[in-house]
Design a protein around this ligand. Sequence first.
Ligand SMILES: C[S@@+](CC[C@H](N)C(=O)[O-])C[C@H]1O[C@@H](n2cnc3c(N)ncnc32)[C@H](O)[C@@H]1O
Length: 210
Amino acid sequence: MTTGSDSAAFWEKHYAALDDQWGMKPNAVFADLVTTFAPTPGTALDLGCGHGGDTIWLATRGWDVTAVDVSPTALQRVATGARAGGVSDRVHPARHDLAHDFPEGRFDLVNASYFHTPLDIPRTKVLRRAAAAVTPGGLLIIVEHASIASWSWQTGNDVHFPHPDEILASLELDDSWTPERCHAPQRTATGPAGQRATVTDNVLTLRRTS
Ligand SMILES: C[S@@+](CC[C@H](N)C(=O)[O-])C[C@H]1O[C@@H](n2cnc3c(N)ncnc32)[C@H](O)[C@@H]1O
């Protein structure tokens, strides 16, 4: 198992080398799911928020968002983007290494979109903790890569992609949960240099009913 400083060092190096405008747009899959299944704003938690594309999109729609990442550089860019978008009052950047600690509170929407890392972290435990942080009536959205684009840092790695049902089973949810979506659709992705490719995502949208 890696230490918190390993995760911070890896992701700081990643963001230091990245164009600070990359990832400032929301993930299209995520935005569609929120529009369909959570049209009324409330409180949201964005796990591994990166540059904050999803966070700022939510805030501009009236959500109050706690934006969590292990990288201080990413969180500074979230704060900058929130100021530029006039939504600083609804965006709360918070540094956590989710392998080791988790923000307090419960949220109407918890987002774990592309919460991937090459480091060895207890990801299933983090996602179970994410489910526990959802209010009754609220949603947990998990969107994951289920294939590798040529520009991915995972290219060349022998990666096993679980079926969405395996991810759902791993969460060990009780019968107070209803899946709204649990499938693996394809989409066209655009890379940092504008390259295009068809990729597959695992998409889970899970509602806590009580
Ligand atoms: C692949 S990026 C996805 C970013 C964003 N959610 C998106 O969809 O563009 C994964 C994010 O998770 C963050 N992350 C990785 N390990 C983490 C950890 N242990 N604790 C908190 N954040 C972490 C990284 O810093 C990075 O911003």
